[in-house]
Design a protein around this ligand. Structure first.
Ligand SMILES: Cc1cc2nc3c(=O)[nH]c(=O)nc-3n(C[C@H](O)[C@H](O)[C@H](O)COP(=O)(O)O)c2cc1C
Length: 356
């Protein structure tokens, strides 16, 4: 059967990217998009933080900011889905246009600025869904909030009962001052307070693991600080990475000069380098989630060998649709087998151990 996306994709790409995204969410919500059978294979399965991941390919934050379609996206074959970023209060985000396709570069630039419906709306949706499949909640802060940690505390308290893992996002380039929270002193306070809020909210119940999502633009000192905070025990994992504020010389598209975070193909190499460095700094002690520029099984496998236990995609969906998920998973089965691995677990960080 012809892939539906081979017909619809070219039409969607004629539209303004944010409009195309809105239509896609509406179609997914209405049940118009046929599901895709998830690739199932023993070598792809993993249990992390007590959660069983059927495959390592997740949907990155920012696609389903308001938790409108987590189950529809799980139904597209993802092993897990991350909703958000969600801020305590609803906020409109930056003026449009604020999302740009860099078609020649297979990339995207966005400066959305955490447009979202806020914690109440998101909590209500998550509360109603069946608890089947792994859904993480990615937390942000409102633009005007001065005590940033208080916003993450609110997010943790409000969503603890309705998600399988939680992410502190301090790496979006589109909220003024946000990325400064990645510095050691700020981070310790922020992570400590969020963790306490999460512990209190989960009393008597299972506490969702707490992850931190970092930028790809950090220097080695920043990375060493983050690694130290992580292994000190306050964090259960790291997501590497968010979009970059860098503009590689290789970019061809006229939109490359737009302000915002760059994602997609040009982010693959730099984000994988930061991931690899983080794996070395944390000595493989906590699970890392690799995001940035994944558009094939080979890209995903490169992240896994660099140290990722799981991967996430967003930008490549704009160019390939959700058929990408099946292609990555099927390709991973073959790549693992070709290297003699019977489980993805054996491949994680393989680059750091020399050739397997
Ligand atoms: C339009 C758009 C919106 C995004 N919004 C968020 C967000 O709200 N929170 C977040 O943590 N990351 C957000 N991201 C970053 C992605 O989750 C991901 O980290 C990044 O795009 C790199 O992956 P990719 O190259 O596969 O897109 C967004 C990305 C895009 C393209």
């Amino acid at each position: 059967m012809a892939d539906l996306y081979s017909l619809v994709g070219p039409l969607l790409r004629k539209l303004d990217p944010e409009q195309a995204h809105g239509l896609t969410i509406r179609a997914l919500k209405s049940g118009l998009v046929p599901g895709r059978r998830a690739v199932s294979h023993a070598s792809l399965e993993q249990t992390l933080w007590g959660l069983r991941f059927p495959n390592p390919v997740g949907l990155a934050a920012g696609f389903d900011k308001n938790a409108e379609v987590p189950d529809a996206m799980l139904g597209q074959g993802f092993g897990f889905v991350e909703i958000g970023s969600v801020t305590p209060r609803p906020q409109p985000g930056n003026p449009k246009p604020r999302m740009f396709r860099l078609t020649e570069d297979l990339a995207v630039i966005n400066r959305m600025g955490f447009n979202n419906e806020g914690l109440d709306a998101v909590a209500a949706r998550l509360q109603q869904r069946p608890r089947v499949g792994i859904v993480g909640a990615n937390l942000g802060k409102n633009k005007e909030t001065e005590d940033a940690a208080s916003d993450y505390e609110k997010g943790a308290s409000r969503l603890a009962a309705y998600c399988d893992y939680m992410v502190i996002n301090v790496s979006s380039p589109n909220t003024p001052g946000l990325r400064a929270l990645q510095g050691r002193d700020q981070l310790e306070g922020l992570v400590g307070r969020t963790r306490t809020a999460l512990d209190l909210a989960s009393e008597g119940a299972k506490r969702p693991p707490l992850l931190l999502k970092i930028a790809p633009d950090l220097n080695d000192e920043d990375l060493a600080d983050i690694a130290a905070v992580s292994v000190a025990g306050s964090l259960d994992g790291l997501i590497v990475s968010n979009t970059t504020i860098a503009r590689p010389d290789s970019l061809q598209s006229p939109q490359a000069k737009e302000t915002g975070g760059l994602s997609g193909a040009p982010l693959l190499a730099p984000s994988t380098a930061v991931l690899s460095r983080m794996y070395a700094l944390t000595e493989g002690k906590l699970p890392l989630v690799g995001a940035g520029g994944i558009a094939s099984a080979a890209d995903a496998y490169a992240k896994i060998k660099a140290g990722a236990s799981l991967v996430q995609v967003y930008s490549a969906l704009v160019y390939q649709g959700t058929g990408l998920v099946e292609r990555i998973n099927k390709g991973l089965i073959a790549l693992l087998a070709a290297d003699g691995f019977t489980s993805i677990t054996q491949a994680i960080g393989a680059d750091h151990r020399g050739k397997a």
